[in-house]
Design a binder for this molecule. Structure first.
Ligand SMILES: NC(=O)c1ccc[n+]([C@@H]2O[C@H](COP(=O)([O-])OP(=O)(O)OC[C@H]3O[C@@H](n4cnc5c(N)ncnc54)[C@H](OP(=O)(O)O)[C@@H]3O)[C@@H](O)[C@H]2O)c1
Length: 308
């Protein structure tokens, strides 16, 4: 069995070593543009070029080392070959940390205390009512469900929105387009954990963000193209929104001249909310390749018609 590794922006050597250790007997190869490629059975990829798939006609499975497959789905992939996303692999706990941090920082006004600290000023903020900060989580998949459950631990009212109805204890569920406006109207904080598909592109724009309760707060940890940047800035400047914490952007790295960097009520992080953890990912991918070789079913296969 041969596995070809093609991941841009990733140090290949530790992955190759890890895959060799996890799949003894397999021939693990690094794909390099222009070099004669040996036909592989499985591909392990992140942001591969089209040339990679053009050089690999015999694949039985494509493993993406991330949860989001939007970039991969834009390529012309070999027909009928399963595309497999990372299924948590240590990402959901990171996402829960990030989102709980963002919600709590906003709710407890720790950004204001940061400023007081710099001025050596001892001043209490008036406690806010938790019930007045309902949090809406868009996307209740592997990551969104973990985030919603984690927020419940802090007694925030939590709403969830998904394509198909989901029952999560303690989370008020909304589903489909028909219930989208009601979901937004019920939320003051909006967390985006949707996959990027034609249906979700630009989903956070003036008309939708305006439905959030006044003083809304936006947390985007999914993809930059879910958000219309100018609309967010306008709603912040008009006072309808109180702030935003953004981890993902239409162009990454976020260009230094982008207004998000300097907006006083936007916090920017460099696409770091849930990093791919190499060891966990290798164990998961190797386990799935082994299962496929034994003809066993695996979880995490992307549905091409849904795009996630
Ligand atoms: N910032 C980072 O570091 C980072 C890291 C990892 C992932 N991500 C992003 O997070 C996204 C979510 O990951 P995941 O593993 O939780 O995905 P997932 O398990 O595929 O879950 C996706 C959720 O979104 C819902 N959904 C999809 N299309 C929808 C639509 N049109 N309307 C309403 N709901 C819709 C799905 O509804 P159903 O339940 O009905 O299918 C599901 O609940 C990824 O696609 C990726 O873009 C970001």
């Amino acid at each position: 069995m041969r596995v070809s590794f093609c991941c841009t922006d990733t140090k290949a050597e530790p992955w190759l070593q890890g895959l060799k250790a996890a799949l003894p007997g397999a021939d693990i190869q690094l794909w390099q543009p222009g070099a004669q490629a040996e036909p592989a059975d499985y591909a392990v990829v992140w942001a591969p070029p089209q040339a990679f798939f053009d050089s690999q006609p015999h694949l039985k499975g494509i493993f993406n080392i991330g949860a989001g497959v939007d970039a991969l789905m834009k390529l012309s992939l070999p027909k009928g070959v399963p595309v497999v996303r990372l299924d948590d692999a240590g990402m959901s706990v990171q996402m829960a940390e990030y989102v709980c941090h963002a919600v709590i920082r906003h709710f407890r006004e720790f950004d204001v205390y940061d400023e007081e600290l710099r001025a050596a000023r001892w001043a209490f903020r008036k406690p806010r009512r938790r019930a007045e900060l309902p949090v809406g989580v868009m996307g209740l998949g592997v990551l969104g469900e973990r985030v919603a459950r984690s927020l419940l631990q802090f007694d925030f009212p939590v709403m969830g929105w998904s394509r198909t109805p989901k029952a999560i204890d303690g989370v008020q569920g909304f589903a489909g387009e028909a219930q989208f406006d009601a979901f937004l109207r019920a939320s003051r904080v909006l967390v985006c954990l949707l996959p990027l598909t034609p249906q979700t592109q630009g989903i956070m724009r003036r008309v939708t963000l305006s439905l959030l309760q006044p003083g809304g707060y936006v947390i985007n940890v999914a993809r930059g193209a879910h958000l219309v940047d100018e609309d967010l800035i306008a709603l912040l400047d008009e006072g309808h929104l109180a702030g935003a914490m953004l981890d993902v952007f239409r162009t990454e790295p976020l260009p230094s001249e982008h207004p998000f960097w300097r907006h006083p009520r936007i916090t920017v992080t460099p696409h770091t909310s849930a990093r791919t953890l190499r060891d966990e990912s290798i164990v998961q991918i190797a386990g799935k390749i082994t299962a496929m070789e034994h003809g066993e079913p695996i979880a995490g296969i992307v549905d091409g018609s849904r795009g996630y």
